[in-house]
Design a protein around this ligand. Structure first.
Ligand code: MN3
Length: 248
C-alpha cells in the first residue's frame, strides 16, 4: 500500500513538472501579446483607400509592362494613400472628401498637398486604362473633339506634347474648364487642376503620369515612347463618361 502511494505521488510529481500550469501559460501569452501591441507602430487605417485595379498587372502588355504596373500600384500609389491618411490626422482635412481637400489645398501642409494629389491623380490614371482594344470617343465627347480639336489625333498630339515637355516629375491633363471647353495642361509634382493653387483650373477627364517611376523600367529615358504606347490602353468609353459628368 505504501509502495503504491509513493508510486502515485511520483507519477503526479512527474506529470506536474512536465506540463506547466495552463493558467500560467495563458497569462504569459497574454503578456507577450500586450508587449507586441505596445511596441508595434500604430496602424493607420485611415479614411482614404485605394480602389482595386480593374485588370491584372499584365493586362496592358505589351504596351505597359506588368512589373511597372505592380510596383506603381502597390508601392507608389499605396504609399501616397498611407501618407495622406497620416498627414490629415488632427487637421480639418479629416472631415473632408478628397475633392474638398484639393479645392482647399492652400490651407494645408505640403504633405497633404503632395499625397492628396498623389492619391487623386493615380486613381484617375488607373481608371482610364483598360485592356479593351479599339474603344472610341462617343456622344457629346466625340462632338466636342470635332468642334474643338477637329480630329482625335490632333487632341492626342496636344496632350502628348504637353506630357513630353513637362519638366521633371508631373502630369499632363485633359480637362473640362469653367467654360465647358476641353483644355490641355500639365502640372508639376502631384499638383492637379482641381487645386485652388492651380494655374489652369477645371475638371480632369484624362491624365498621363510622367513621373519616371511610371515608365523607367521599360522605357528608361524615352518618355515620349511611353507616352505614345500609353494611348493604346486608354479606355475612351471611360473618358467619354468622364466628359459628360464634368459638364456644368
Ligand atoms: Mn505615379
Amino acid at each position: 500500500m505504501k509502495k503504491t502511494l509513493i508510486l502515485l505521488a511520483s507519477v503526479f510529481f512527474l506529470f506536474s513538472a512536465c506540463c506547466p500550469n495552463n493558467d500560467n501559460n495563458k497569462e504569459e501569452k497574454q503578456t507577450e501579446k500586450t508587449l507586441v501591441k505596445e511596441t508595434a507602430e500604430p496602424e493607420i487605417l485611415g479614411k482614404f483607400k485605394q480602389e482595386a485595379l480593374g485588370f491584372e498587372y499584365n493586362a496592358l502588355e505589351p504596351f505597359l509592362d506588368a512589373r511597372t504596373m505592380e510596383i506603381h500600384y502597390t508601392k507608389h500609389h499605396a504609399g501616397y494613400v498611407k501618407k495622406l491618411n497620416k498627414a490629415i490626422i488632427g487637421t480639418e482635412a479629416e472631415a473632408m472628401t478628397l475633392e474638398e481637400i484639393l479645392q482647399n489645398v492652400s490651407k494645408f501642409s505640403d504633405a497633404i498637398r503632395n499625397n492628396a494629389g498623389g492619391h487623386f491623380n493615380h486613381s484617375l490614371f488607373w481608371s482610364i486604362l483598360s485592356n479593351k482594344r479599339e474603344t472610341k470617343p462617343s456622344g457629346k465627347f466625340a462632338e466636342a473633339i470635332s468642334n474643338e480639336f477637329v480630329t482625335l489625333d490632333s487632341l492626342i498630339n496636344t496632350v502628348s506634347n504637353s506630357a513630353s515637355s513637362q519638366f521633371g516629375s508631373g502630369w499632363a491633363w485633359l480637362i473640362v474648364n469653367n467654360e465647358n471647353k476641353l483644355e490641355v495642361c500639365s502640372t508639376r509634382d502631384h499638383d492637379n487642376p482641381l487645386m485652388d493653387i492651380a494655374k489652369v483650373k477645371g475638371k480632369p477627364i484624362l491624365v498621363i503620369d510622367v513621373w519616371e517611376h511610371a515608365y523607367y523600367l521599360k522605357f528608361q529615358n524615352k518618355r515620349s515612347d511611353f507616352i505614345s504606347e500609353n494611348w493604346n490602353v486608354i479606355d475612351w468609353n471611360k473618358v467619354s463618361e468622364n466628359y459628360e459628368k464634368a459638364l456644368n
